[in-house]
Design a protein around this ligand. Structure first.
Ligand code: ADP
Length: 659
């Protein structure tokens, strides 16, 4: 069996090895599951068991005496792989490998091969024992698994409509597909290993949203969410997110699969549909709101045309028309603002203004709304004079809107507060708080959208106010936050404005001080009924509570009941003249502002009224607008100084040129 010409023929180790063969045959000759044979030191096959015959297809007589490299491919032989394997086995006692091997018929099988060195009693390597096992089946199933995993991986990787990726148990990204790259903008290598919370907005992170979603997936197996997410370039998109818990066969937590879909388009379409619906409602409301003030005007005009000389009527109708025109102008102003807002054309004209001026103008504008519902009003101001760099009319408009809303959305006899504080540095905070109908948590953001109004019936406007307020505040570099503990729990709107100029010393605010908002009461006495009534109507139109008297005695009677803040007395009157009436009224009302309105303007006439305790002596015709302004100014000044509308002694009120 050993070829005659082989150099190994005379090797004593070979002789020793051949003697071992007998034992080999006895032991493994019939084993079928393993191909087992012995080889000489140079790889000549010495024997061949049943397993070898079955596995490799050679009969013993065909293969014994051949070199074992016959089982290797041409390339392996050229690369001297068989010799190398024997060398390793000789040096280390054993060589093991797996790989494709050839059968006699040329077919391949996956072999697990061990070559062990057989040592002679002298310790030399006499030959080798080679054991081969056919693992083709195992290899094929492994390969099938690998291929199926590969297919699955490719499938997931190539999906571009969904971002599909895996997170480890701590929430760090471990895989990344094409969809994830497309939707979020990151390459796999930049994002792998990062925590998935980087896709969330700062508000969501502060709110603990990412951790909450993982916790819910951990507890319930999966968690879903819809919301704004952030791309690599900082853009946001509207995402639908599913996070599923991943566990292995032993129930061990391996991480999470996260599937994200970009629904921005759908969201936009929804938003457009909502916006268009809101616009329809807006137009319907607008038509209604414009018709309301218009309705009484046409019959009013008819009355004037029919009785143009009835001064009392004409004045009455004119003051009604003035109110309605005011209402319509406000609506139209709002509309103009809407178009300015939508085209981004609102610009600011900033100047240095006094915070108090802004707040007082706003209070003045909102006063009729607050008063008409009998609300209690409180104002809190910083103790120092605060100068701000703002567009005064615009900021006044913003605060007015908030005050009017507070009045509108609070049931009668509620509480409205206006609080201004300077927190730190340049930041001015203005808060308008009410104890009215409140706002549901899910609406706290959307109420700022254009034409967005409360539930049907709850709104009393066009749904523009808050959009305008936010625009104005943002143009000033600030922001607005709405807060409410829910329906019925009142609302609070705070403007944060980086507009304070110069240094602000005290940061504490004054204690809450009630500002009397009850209307200023005025009494007008004149024996000309038309004059008295016209003037009373005028004051009423200006928002005062006015009463008329036609002689001195009646004036005193009404004054004792009405307790007016301002008394305008004609001097020449029947029953009791104006001087006498003034003296009586001064006794009744030491704090009232008593003004003589008379045709007599000589110094001696003025002396008489002064001595009778009149504050002012005005000569007809009086510039009533100025008188009204003066009274207003005085009321506000005294409000700031003390919580009452009492006039400040000695203060001069500017009036007509002939005082
Ligand atoms: P409008 O008052 O004309 O409807 P706004 O933009 O001023 O429009 O307000 C939008 C919506 O916000 C209102 O319709 C109302 O539902 C709600 N809202 C505003 N202010 C308040 C408030 N102080 N209390 C309760 N709800 C309010």
């Amino acid at each position: 069996m050993i070829p005659e010409q082989s150099s190994e023929v005379d090797d004593p180790n070979l002789q020793w090895l051949l003697q071992r063969r007998k034992h080999f045959d006895e032991l493994v000759g019939t084993v079928e599951d393993y191909a087992i044979f012995m080889m000489t030191r140079k790889g000549l096959i010495l024997d061949w068991n049943s397993g070898a015959e079955l596995l490799k297809g050679y009969k013993p007589e065909e293969i014994v005496g051949k070199v074992f490299s016959i089982f290797y491919s041409k390339e392996e032989i050229e690369a001297k792989i068989p010799e190398e394997e024997l060398d390793v086995a000789a040096t280390h006692g054993k060589f093991a490998t797996e790989g494709w091997r050839l059968r006699k018929d040329g077919s391949r099988f996956w072999a697990s091969v061990t070559i062990s060195a057989i040592k002679s009693p002298t310790g030399e390597v006499a030959g080798f024992l080679k054991i081969t096992r056919d693992l083709t089946e195992r290899q094929e199933s492994l390969e099938a698994l690998r291929q199926s995993e590969e297919r699955f991986r490719l499938l997931i990787e190539s999906v571009s409509d969904y971002a599909i990726f895996m997170l480890d148990p701590a929430g760090r990204i471990v895989s990344w597909n094409t969809g994830a790259k497309r939707i979020k903008g990151y390459e796999a290598e930049e994002i792998t290993g990062q925590h998935f919370s980087r896709f969330y907005t700062a508000e969501s992170i502060a709110d603990g949203m990412p951790e909450r979603l993982l916790r819910r997936a951990m507890e319930k197996g999966s968690s879903e969410d819809e919301g704004w997410r952030v791309k690599k370039n900082g853009d946001v998109f509207w995402a639908s997110v599913l996070i599923t818990l991943v566990t292995d066969d032993h129930g061990q937590h391996r991480g999470y699969v996260k599937i994200t879909r970009d629904l921005t388009e759908r969201k936009r379409t929804q938003q457009l549909a909502q916006a268009s619906e809101r616009k329809d409602t807006f137009l319907a409301t607008l038509a209604h709101e414009l018709r309301n003030p218009l309705a009484p005007m046409a019959p009013g005009v008819e009355v004037i045309l029919k009785a143009p000389h009835d001064t009392g009527r004409v004045v009455q109708i004119a003051s009604m028309m003035r109110r309605q025109v005011g209402q319509m102008s406000r609506l139209i102003e709002d509309l103009v603002d809407v178009s300015r807002m939508t085209t981004g054309k609102i610009t600011l004209r900033r100047t240095t203004a006094s915070l108090t001026d802004v707040l007082e103008s706003a209070m003045e504008a909102a006063r009729p709304f607050i008063e008409s519902k009998g609300h209690r009003f409180t104002l809190r101001l910083p103790p120092d004079l605060v100068e701000i760099d703002v567009d005064q009319p615009r900021l006044t408009q913003a605060v007015t809107n908030l005050l009017i809303n507070a009045a509108k959305y609070t049931p009668a006899r509620g509480q409205v507060e206006l609080i201004a504080t300077c927190t730190s540095g340049r930041i001015l905070e203005i808060t308008v708080r009410d104890n009215g109908i409140g706002i549901r948590a899910d609406r706290l953001e959307s109420i700022f959208d254009m034409f967005n109004q409360g539930d049907a019936g709850a709104s009393e406007g066009l749904g523009i106010g808050l959009t305008l307020v936010r625009t104005i505040v943002e143009l000033h570099g600030g922001n607005i936050v709405a807060r409410s503990a829910g329906e019925g729990a009142g609302s609070e709107f705070t403007l944060y404005l980086p507009v304070v100029v110069g240094s602000v010393h005290g940061v504490a605010t004054e204690p809450v001080r009630p500002l009397p908002l009850q209307r200023c009461r005025v009494l007008i006495a004149d024996d000309s009924k038309t004059s008295a009534d016209t003037l009373a109507l005028f004051f009423e139109a200006e928002g005062f509570e006015a009463a008329a008297a036609y002689d001195g005695q009646q004036a005193v009677e009404i004054a004792s009941r009405l307790k007016p803040d301002l008394v305008c007395l004609d001097i020449g009157m029947p029953v009791m003249d104006g001087i006498e009436a003034g003296i009586e009224i001064r006794k009744l009302l030491p704090g009232a502002l008593i003004v003589a309105i008379t045709g007599w303007g000589k110094e001696e006439d003025r002396k008489k009224t002064r001595e009778a305790g009149f504050d002012l002596h005005l000569v007809k015709p009086v510039e009533i607008g100025k008188l009204v302004d003066a009274v207003r100014q005085r009321a506000l000044a005294s409000t700031r100084a003390q919580p009452s509308l009492d006039p400040v002694a000695g203060e001069k009120i500017p009036a007509g040129p002939d005082t």
